[in-house]
Ligand binder design. Structure first.
Ligand code: CA
Length: 452
């Protein structure tokens, strides 16, 4: 299961190591969450900086280093090597992306960091890093033990005093998480460590404090995230009066939705998506996100098109060669130029592209037409005396050569056979280099060649 490769921190000071230990570490500083400690040359590291403001503990920055690259994730900004960058941002195998809830950094060689821009950070690591990490996420050796934080040969004990009277809070969460709504999650992930962690939060409060729901919200959010990752389906547990999340535009909050959002520019993102579901703000069913005018979620039919500027549905874009209509966010184009044609008929009657006709009797391969500017195509015709009527010539073979490639010619024979390295069936098209060839063979050869 994926959960084994996840380390996370959430709430006021809860951590879960790669090996599954949940512990509390009430530090307020900058910490190493995970580093590659296998060799002196560090592959990567993830550090977090915690801050306390307005009675609220959160992570204010996440620093990720990958080899020489230093990526500084902040609540609303992303800096790479100290320079502000636009998101989504790609560089050497690293992708930084952001949605309404999360900032996510993925490194294709083995890990990802997801931060909710508040207090929760999750690191997912490839198994190849097993037993070679250090930091608050532990050593990732598969053994859940309490003493895996070894610093310079000394064991660093991270623990917290047993708290009194956790019973009330435990009871409240137990009741919630044992309800039928959460059954799918309970089936894939035990809620016990999360319940206990949350209860500890409550007891850190001063006597007389009113019920603080933020700890419960943080716990349920974390449990829900981990449940989604473990392929469970968390319920929509938030509502307007309990742990509410406000979504921008007309988006709706879902506990479990595809992180790949369909947009006017990319209407197939969702169906091609391989990422785990996440919580967040999503477009209602039947709509896509308007990423051109940023007007929120709209029906696909209302999507505009872009070409230098933005065009509305039904607007026409005219170019030298095409007339394009904006339809559902896509250009539907037709060519304005009519194709010219030339012909060889009866083996000796020629019509040029410009309409001149003449007769010619040959006995060889002749160039019928070729691209004389480049070498996109050349078409050869084999004219030889007909066997039945020796005073006349027949077109025996047509050879189409693309890009001067003599070893990959398309050969059309008078008997209807078409050969492209081997005999092929009609209709035949070759997708190579975007050249489409379409042929229909009858008594005379008709061949249409389109070069794009
Ligand atoms: Ca361990």
């Amino acid at each position: 299961s994926h959960v084994g490769n996840i380390c996370s921190m959430w709430g006021k000071y809860h951590f879960k190591t790669f090996d599954g230990d949940v512990y509390q570490f009430p530090g307020m500083c900058e910490y190493n969450l995970v580093s590659d400690c296998h060799s002196s040359f560090q592959d990567f590291s993830v550090h977090v900086k915690k801050t306390f403001a307005n009675g609220h503990i959160s992570v204010s920055r996440v620093f990720v280093t990958i080899k020489d690259l230093v990526i500084d994730l902040r609540k609303d900004l992303v800096l790479v090597g100290g320079e502000l960058v636009a998101v989504p941002y790609h560089v050497s195998g690293v992708l930084v992306e952001r949605n309404t809830i999360y900032t996510k950094l993925s490194y294709k060689l083995g890990f990802s960091v997801t931060w909710n821009k508040e207090e929760a950070v999750m690191v997912e690591l490839d198994s190849k890093y097993a037993n070679r990490t250090c930091g608050l996420c532990g050593d990732f050796n598969g053994v859940p033990v309490f003493d895996e934080f070894i610093s310079q040969g000394e064991i660093v004990q991270i623990t917290i005093k047993e708290q009194e009277d956790l019973s009330f809070h435990i009871f409240r969460l137990h009741t919630l998480l044992q309800s039928g709504d959460w059954a799918s999650c309970a089936g894939v992930l035990s809620p016990e460590p999360y319940i206990k962690a949350c209860a500890i939060d409550k007891c850190q409060q001063q006597p007389g404090d009113t019920m603080d729901e933020s700890s419960i919200c943080a716990t349920l959010a974390e449990y829900s995230r981990q449940c989604s990752h473990a392929t469970g389906i968390p319920p929509n547990w938030r509502n307007a009066s309990f742990c509410a999340v406000e979504c921008p535009f007309n988006m709706v909050y879902l506990e479990s939705g595809s992180p790949c959002m369909d947009t006017c520019s990319h209407t197939e993102s969702n169906s091609l998506c391989e990422d785990h579901n996440v919580d967040g703000c999503f477009c209602p069913d039947g709509t896509v996100f308007d990423d051109l005018s940023k007007k929120g979620c709209i029906p696909k039919e209302q999507c505009q098109c872009k070409h230098d500027k933005i065009y509305n549905v039904g607007e026409v874009l005219l170019t030298d060669t095409e007339e394009c209509l904006c339809h559902e966010g896509k250009w539907s184009c037709k060519s304005l130029s009519t194709p010219a044609s030339c012909a060889v008929e009866e083996g000796s009657h020629f019509t040029t592209y410009d309409g001149k006709t003449y007769s010619f009797h040959g006995n060889c391969y002749y160039v019928l037409s070729k691209d004389c500017m480049g070498s996109k195509f050349s078409i050869l015709g084999q004219l030889i005396p007909c066997s039945s009527q020796e005073w006349d010539t027949c077109l025996k073979t047509v050879v189409v050569r693309m890009h001067g490639d003599k070893r990959n010619e398309l050969i059309i024979k008078a008997d209807g056979k078409v050969i492209h390295n081997a005999a092929v069936n009609l209709p035949y098209s070759t997708g190579k280099q975007n050249d489409h060839l379409w042929g229909g063979v009858s008594k005379q050869i008709h061949c249409r060649l389109e070069v794009h």
